[in-house]
Design a protein around this ligand. Structure first.
Ligand code: ADP
Ligand code: TRP
Length: 332
């Protein structure tokens, strides 16, 4: 029996952070490691182009995302890692899907809506600073997914709407030409929860409240110190479920370690001690990957090779689908 196809992408907009790891990278690697899926992971560089208009940054961010996947344990022999811009067929599909997507559907997409609302709040033109790439972002994402007829897409909860939109677009297309495109299913980590950032909002590169995955020990210490705590004393019992420090800790520690820290919270722990525990668990999980990451970033030709091989594996499938769709549409 053919294995189900698992696919996900990460934008090249900066070094991935703990939230990206917990929401997208870790679930995707775990799924790849089960061996039950055919896995395709990519760097969504054309999506980054919506906001990154500096060639050097684009290149560097692309390497950072690829190196992060590899350093966290993705085996490029077992899965396919590629760059979106190396698969031009995605853009052909993007156009085909655009012609089956109503403008109204795009008006409701949250990434676009958030900018409109921000503009309105600031009493400026509601279209201020919005390019068409941002407006049609979900169509490109649908094309990323459909080009390989993916079955499952591991993503953070903030991407659920995009997957719903992809399904809507595919449904309209299929109603016109008969079932040609598979409707993808989102796989969202536990409880649809997004990891919070240092200020309590969703951790995001765009909010500057994130902990980059490969921060040095010194940087980690500084970032962890930024976490605000209350004024309770070191011997006062604390609620672990209301603590960002505990939340981060639980994402990286073993079950026993987490239970032990929970007990310490309930008994009374100093915030300084809790922060030290977090630093230690982050360092022990991330110091190995940090070294691999640095090595890859120092030898980007290795990354280039992996991405080229990945694209070479993807393109025949993409070309086959486009050729079939062209026939269905009457272009061929
Ligand atoms: P950012 O908001 O930092 O720009 P991206 O939009 O590039 O992050 O997200 C890449 C992947 O990481 C997506 O699947 C997204 O859902 C997931 N993700 C991003 N932030 C978080 C978070 N705080 N918690 C869990 N998952 C997240
Ligand atoms: N939109 C996703 C994000 O902002 C990135 C992405 C682009 C993606 N194409 C995708 C994720 C296809 C899953 C599948 O994080």
């Amino acid at each position: 029996m053919q294995k189900q196809i698992c696919l996900t992408g990460i934008k090249a907009t900066g070094m991935p952070h703990l939230g990206n790891y917990i929401g997208a990278i870790k679930p995707a690697i775990d799924m790849a490691n089960t061996g039950s899926f055919q896995s395709y992971y990519f760097i969504a560089d054309y999506h980054s182009l919506v906001s990154i208009h500096d060639a050097k940054m684009m290149k560097n961010y692309t390497y950072e995302v690829a190196a992060a996947w590899l350093a966290m344990g993705l085996d490029p022999k077992a899965i396919t890692l590629y760059k979106q811009s190396d698969i031009p067929e995605i853009l052909e599909l993007h156009w085909m899907l655009s012609c089956f997507t109503t403008k109204g559907l795009m008006n409701r997409a949250h990434a676009y809506k958030a900018v409109v609302q921000e503009n309105e709040g600031l009493e400026r033109d509601s279209d201020h600073g919005i390019n068409i790439g941002l407006f049609t972002y979900p169509i490109l994402m649908a094309a990323d997914i459909m080009i390989l007829n993916a079955d499952v897409v591991p993503v953070g909860a903030d991407q659920l709407q995009h997957i719903e939109i992809a399904r809507d677009i595919a449904t309209v297309f299929n109603n016109t030409y008969g079932s040609k495109l598979k409707l993808p299913k989102a796989i969202v980590s536990e409880g649809n929860k997004l990891l919070s950032g240092l200020d309590g909002r969703k951790m995001s590169k765009s909010y500057g409240n994130h902990i980059p995955l490969f921060s040095s020990d010194k940087e980690l210490k500084k970032l962890i110190n930024r976490i605000t705590t209350d004024s309770s004393g070191p011997l006062d019992p604390k609620n672990p479920d209301d603590s960002l420090i505990f939340d981060y800790y639980g994402q990286f520690a073993s079950a026993e370690q987490t239970l032990a820290l929970r007990a310490w919270y309930l008994k009374g722990i100093g915030w300084g001690e809790a922060k030290m525990e977090l630093l230690s668990v982050l360092n022990s999980s991330l110091s190995g990957p940090r070294e691999i990451y640095a090595e890859l970033m120092g030898n980007t030709s290795k990354i280039d090779l992996i991405l080229e091989e990945g694209a070479a594996r993807v393109r025949p499938h993409a070309q086959k689908l486009i050729s079939e769709l062209k026939q269905s549409i009457g272009l061929k």
